[in-house]
Design a protein around this ligand. Sequence first.
Ligand SMILES: CC(C)(COP(=O)(O)OP(=O)(O)OC[C@H]1O[C@@H](n2cnc3c(N)ncnc32)[C@H](O)[C@@H]1OP(=O)(O)O)[C@@H](O)C(=O)NCCC(=O)NCCS
Length: 135
Amino acid sequence: MTPAIEITTDRSRIDVDLVHGLLSTSYWASGRAREVVEQSIQNSLCFSAFRDARQVAFGRAITDRAVFAYIADVFVIPECRGQGIAKALIRSMLEHPDLRNLPVMLLRTRDAANLYSQFGFQPLRRPEEVMGLYR
Ligand SMILES: CC(C)(COP(=O)(O)OP(=O)(O)OC[C@H]1O[C@@H](n2cnc3c(N)ncnc32)[C@H](O)[C@@H]1OP(=O)(O)O)[C@@H](O)C(=O)NCCC(=O)NCCS
């Protein structure tokens, strides 16, 4: 059952300290500076879930809103996990008017593939055609 939460794309409501703090504990963004988190928020379509007045989840889409989006930095605060909040957040991302018609969306995940596969995400069709620049 989806708990009573509100999901918004209003960047002004984001609890940046919370987002930065949770990302600091993640396996993919542990050293990310607060200013970098702020800049990433500023330049993304961000989704925040609130229960009462408290932010309980976050995720963002890096997108041109025309042909492509990359989903990043998805988390639910530890004490609210296992209640369907991530699924509600992903659903609202995929249904957003600027994202729902995009032909391709990508994301990376180490251990949450089963979360995203429920929404149609699958392993890359031709991973040998995808490249990365790491620095
Ligand atoms: C992964 C995370 C966002 C899931 O949030 P959540 O609110 O607990 O997830 P939900 O309750 O909406 O349900 C998750 C669903 O995905 C599945 N799942 C797959 N991998 C999972 C994982 N690593 N963690 C939690 N659920 C996972 C669950 O089994 C569940 O499916 P079900 O309802 O069919 O049983 C949360 O555990 C989290 O913030 N983890 C730390 C950050 C992280 O790893 N983010 C994802 C980066 S890609």
